[in-house]
Design a protein around this ligand. Structure first.
Ligand SMILES: Cc1cc2nc3c(=O)[nH]c(=O)nc-3n(C[C@H](O)[C@H](O)[C@H](O)COP(=O)(O)O)c2cc1C
Length: 369
């Protein structure tokens, strides 16, 4: 029987050769938002990994939307040019389709890098005032400015402008980052959104910003290209954003042309009580898929080929994204293909590394991409 994990998948005009996705992972290695040599190396080697789709890290749509000064960005011509070089490089040498994840860090902005501890950077030390739906800080971080209606419109326009740049560079997919306590999630969650206007209060009010960002990007993003959203399916705290809310949001986005939802979780408040274990967020992807009738990407401690196979084969999700597992073992898809007896993309330069080739058996390990 052939593998579900290695079956093809189509979203709009995008053909994926299997269901394996490299999850977006922030590198804190950009300069003024511009991709550097690190991105060439990091994304370049993941582009030959055999994963069908490779996401670049969360990419800031404007200056206040950066988490740190080393965030990747797409707010300027220089950013577009620098990332364009990386995309062209991955395209030339790799087999993966390429996705851009667009974000605004919201009330979590103005921090140091991951390896400096993600400590808040106060204004006096070169930090900045985060933007958020309300004057409600993420505990320990800078007091945010509450976006007024004009500020909201500007942020939406910045998302759309970055999407236009992502299209010009040649990205195949955009994932809007609506998770992990960043701006879109700030609007969704009652912990960060205390507004009493049309962008707050009821579930419909809190969803409005996410929907308007989606609509603005869908309008300019080519019809043939898929557009999805990553959400935190739950805040993991009583009184916060819930899985029920996520189903409602996913259905509303689907109605507007959303192609998939990535079901992540958490990040809204430090008191969250995450229950972490193998595939711990898969049930979120499964329920959203079933109840909102939308394709889902499962993510979070998916580490074993047979586990990933089971998620796709049982219909819990349409795609699986791997983050840390791909950093630890960037050839994970090759090993999974071996275990499941399937062909996978190899760059021709590396074909002879395939164990079957080593044994003198000239079976082609390569799948068409
Ligand atoms: C180094 C690192 C950076 C990350 N940066 C991002 C990011 O830019 N955007 C995002 O949505 N998730 C980010 N994440 C979360 C991952 O995409 C993924 O959802 C999470 O690590 C769980 O999957 P895993 O268990 O396969 O690593 C990051 C995770 C890691 C380890």
């Amino acid at each position: 029987m052939s593998s579900a994990l290695f079956s093809k998948y189509k979203m709009r005009d995008l053909d994926l050769s299997n269901r394996i996705v490299v999850s977006p992972m922030g590198q804190y290695s950009a300069e003024n938002g511009c991709a550097t040599d690190w991105h060439m190396m990091h994304l370049g080697h993941l582009a030959v990994s055999g994963a069908a789709l490779l996401f670049t890290e969360a990419t800031a749509v404007n200056l206040p939307g950066r988490l740190s000064t080393s965030d990747l960005g797409l707010w300027s011509d220089e950013n577009e040019e620098a990332l364009g070089r990386v995309v062209a490089f991955c395209r030339k040498h790799g087999g993966a389709k390429l996705g851009s994840q667009l974000y605004h860090g919201g009330r979590k902005s103005s921090i140091t890098t991951a390896w400096e501890g993600q400590k808040p950077v106060p204004i006096e030390e070169g930090g900045w005032t985060p933007h958020s739906p309300s004057k409600e800080p993420y505990p320990g971080r800078n007091m945010p400015e509450m976006l007024d209606e004009a500020g909201i419109k500007d942020a939406i326009a910045d998302f759309a402008a970055a999407a236009r740049r992502a299209d010009r560079i040649g990205f195949d997919v955009i994932e809007i980052h609506g998770a992990h306590g960043y701006l879109i999630h700030n609007f969704l969650s009652p912990f960060a959104n205390k507004r009493t206007d049309a962008y707050g209060g009821s579930l419909q009010g809190r969803m409005r910003f996410a929907i308007e960002v989606f609509e603005a990007i869908r309008k300019i993003w080519p019809e043939r290209k898929p557009l999805g959203m990553r959400i935190s399916a739950t805040d993991w705290v009583e009184g916060g954003w819930t899985l029920d809310d996520s189903v409602v949001l996913a259905a509303a986005l689907k109605k507007r042309g959303c192609d998939y939802i990535t079901a992540s979780s958490g990040g809204s408040v430090p008191e969250q009580e995450l229950k972490v274990g193998p595939g711990y967020q898969v049930p979120f992807a499964e329920r959203i898929r079933r109840e909102a009738g939308i394709a889902t990407m499962a993510v979070g401690l998916i580490t074993e080929p047979r586990q990933a196979e089971q998620i796709i084969a049982s219909g819990q999700a349409d795609l699986v994204a791997l983050g840390r597992g791909m950093l630890f073992n960037p050839r994970w898809p090759w090993h999974a293909a071996m275990e499941l007896g399937e062909p996978v993309y190899y760059p021709p330069q590396y074909e002879r590394s395939h164990p079957k080739m080593r044994a003198g058996d000239f079976l082609k390990p390569r799948a068409e991409t």
